[in-house]
Design a protein around this ligand. Structure first.
Ligand SMILES: Cc1ncc(COP(=O)(O)O)c(C=O)c1O
Length: 325
């Protein structure tokens, strides 16, 4: 499998807020890795694609909502690396297809819709067997790339995407937006004990993710799969910046994203990175970090989702906008 070309991805943020807090602020621009398969998506997919190839599967099947970054990236990666792809989408079909699903179809993905009740069974052996019977031998990747292959790829993020080996150790805090926590789990296994990962859940009541993270880490360490470290670095969940829940936004978040892009030239996606960046800037103002701290914020991509989100925002009050179908 050919490797992906990395342009220089590390960017310093010159912000008055960070200067005032005496904190160094850098962004790792994973969104720039590749035009289609970028952000944390590439890392979560990489070992799934390799396993599928090794086991001679020709078709990948995965799950997601109608605006899913994971569906978008799997469709593109499947096309790039010669797999057929099937996307199992939560809910009813809506025509015309939104930009995410139109793109997936253009990449050759076959879309299948499951009602919410059936979709809720997606990780059960019964539903997976049904899908295998319906579509033949398919390599199943869970929603969001949340499996041990996904964690494995994410253990490589800070090592692979840095300008030089070992550069990641210059930072004592690594900040990341958190959905399934696969990315966070991988990150904690790539940091030394002096570093700390801070995850910002983008869904409401995200504290439950602590148990998910423990489970992912326990299972990963028991699996014998490789990782830079055999015990995870410290991590912490900051659950106050979900803005009402998954894919919910308000005027404040939208204004923050526009201003951030204007000042620093960095576009943020509204569902994940905007919430994390907002949270970090707010915590800086509150004195959460110590003087002399050095922060690395992971830009995990997801910008494709802004197209659909902006369409919805322009058709209704921004405060009510939501991507949930
Ligand atoms: C752009 C973006 N950032 C962050 C995340 C969160 O990653 P994870 O689900 O591994 O916590 C996702 C979801 O995969 C995402 O699409």
């Amino acid at each position: 499998m050919s490797s992906i070309f990395f342009p220089p991805l590390l960017q310093q943020i010159n912000s008055e807020i960070a200067r005032h807090a005496a904190v160094d602020l850098y962004v790792l621009r994973l969104d720039l890795m590749h035009p289609l398969v970028n952000g944390n998506k590439w890392f979560k997919l990489k070992y799934n694609l390799l396993e599928a190839k090794e086991k001679n599967f020709t078709t990948l099947l995965t799950f997601g909502g109608a605006y899913s970054n994971h569906i978008y990236a799997t469709a593109a990666a499947g096309n790039l690396f010669g797999f057929r792809t099937i996307g199992v989408i939560r809910g009813e079909q809506r025509l015309p297809l939104n930009p995410t699903l139109s793109f997936a179809v253009q990449q050759g993905m076959q879309l299948v819709y499951l009602n919410r009740e059936m979709y809720g069974q997606r990780n059960t052996p019964a539903l997976q067997e049904y899908l295998q019977q319906r579509f033949g031998e398919v390599f199943i990747i869970p929603e969001g790339g949340c499996n041990l292959n996904g964690v494995r790829g994410c253990t490589e993020i800070v090592g692979d995407a840095m300008p030089t080996a070992g550069y990641a150790y210059a930072f004592n805090h690594i900040c990341v937006a958190c959905g399934t926590a696969t990315t966070l789990a991988g990150i904690t296994l790539s940091l030394d004990q002096k570093q700390r990962a801070i995850a910002f859940p983008v869904l409401k009541n995200g504290a439950f993710l602590a148990q998910e993270i423990e489970n992912l880490l326990t299972n990963y360490l028991a699996s014998g799969l490789p990782a830079p470290y055999t015990s995870p670095a410290d991590w912490e969940l900051v659950c106050d910046y979900h803005f009402g829940g998954y894919a919910k936004v308000n005027d404040e978040l939208l204004q923050f994203s526009q201003q951030f892009r204007g000042e620093h030239g960095i576009p943020l996606d509204y569902v994940y990175t905007a919430k994390m960046f907002y949270g970090v800037m707010d915590l800086l103002k509150q004195g959460f970090f110590r003087r002399g701290d050095s922060l690395l914020l992971l830009h995990t991509g997801g910008l494709q989702g802004n197209v659909g989100m902006e369409k919805r925002i322009s058709s209704k009050s921004p405060a009510k906008a939501s991507l949930q179908a």
